[in-house]
Design a protein around this ligand. Structure first.
Ligand code: NAP
Length: 257
């Protein structure tokens, strides 16, 4: 029989934080910004979202999408450990396996250590046909070993597309720490900018809507090859800016967003 794993404590904290986050976010929103990106009101028709890797970043961003009105299946290789997280989020949230997350989602958000990508690709890659894959994973050599070195050599967006050739990959939510996302979702004033990159224009549109629904402003940087411009170690990484400031930093024209 399995004993409780370290992730359980983190998930309990996520669960406790999610309800409070929803309430405080709703309370602090001025009515003008509620019209833009309001918890409980998706920007378009709700997307079914599957999450692979319901840890720090998957749990937090997935919770924001539930609060925006999207049905979300949070997955784990041990889905019973997600009970606290999904119970705290209400009826739009459910728990399952990674296989169920891919089957459930029109959009699949992947938030795992990059070293897990080859295995996830082998096990579930064929089930991604045509789905939008939002990739928040960073390739960290000290954690992910040779898989990280290969991804960084190829360019991380292209590397993920190589693992999931049938998916429409968009890089998103990789540049800032989870606590920044939690604290600044739906912030008053100019929203926090989230750089995104992808090759499929429709997938960029879907990703942009979901970035807005989570409480941020999407900044499309270009095709997947340009995800290197906001990969770990690049000038676009770790920048808690608004969209105008981020575009300026990355030398993007205003018309891109
Ligand atoms: N933490 C941040 O602030 C942050 C911010 C931006 C981007 N990122 C990036 O996002 C990714 C996740 O970071 P995190 O901090 O959220 O990590 P985390 O809290 O450790 O969560 C990662 C999750 O990945 C799952 N996982 C690991 N190996 C897997 C596999 N082979 N198959 C399926 N699921 C697997 C684990 O789920 P189970 O064990 O339950 O199956 C775990 O809950 C990393 O690449 C990180 O660099 C992190």
């Amino acid at each position: 029989m399995r004993t409780t794993r370290p992730g359980t404590t983190r998930r309990a904290a996520l669960m406790m934080g999610s309800g409070a986050m929803a309430a405080s976010v709703a309370a602090m929103l001025p009515s003008s910004s509620r019209a833009q990106s309001s918890p409980g009101v998706p920007s378009a028709a709700p997307s079914r979202i599957g999450i692979i890797g319901s840890g720090n970043i998957g749990g937090a961003i997935g919770s924001l999408w539930v609060q925006a009105g999207h049905p979300v299946l949070f997955s784990s290789r041990h889905p019973e450990e997600l009970k606290g997280l999904v119970d705290g989020l209400g009826s739009l949230a459910r728990a399952g396996t990674p296989q169920e997350a891919v089957a459930f989602g029109d959009v699949v958000f992947v938030a795992v250590p990059y070293g897990a990508m080859p295995g996830i690709s082998r096990e579930f890659g064929s089930a991604f046909g045509g789905k939008v894959l939002l990739d928040a994973c960073n390739a960290v050599a000290g954690r992910d070993g040779e898989v990280a070195n290969a991804a960084n050599a190829k360019g991380i967006g292209l590397a993920t597309a190589g693992y999931f050739p049938s998916a429409r990959v968009v890089r998103a939510f990789n540049t800032l720490g989870v606590n920044v996302f939690k604290a600044q979702a739906h912030r008053p004033g100019a929203p926090l900018a989230v750089p995104i990159a992808g090759d499929d224009p429709n997938a960029i549109t879907v990703a942009s809507g979901l970035v807005r629904d989570a409480g941020f402003e999407p900044v499309p940087v270009g095709p997947l090859a340009r995800a290197t411009e906001f990969a770990m170690g690049s000038r676009g990484f770790g920048q808690a800016l608004d969209a105008q400031q981020l575009r300026q930093l990355l030398s993007l024209s205003a018309s891109r967003s």
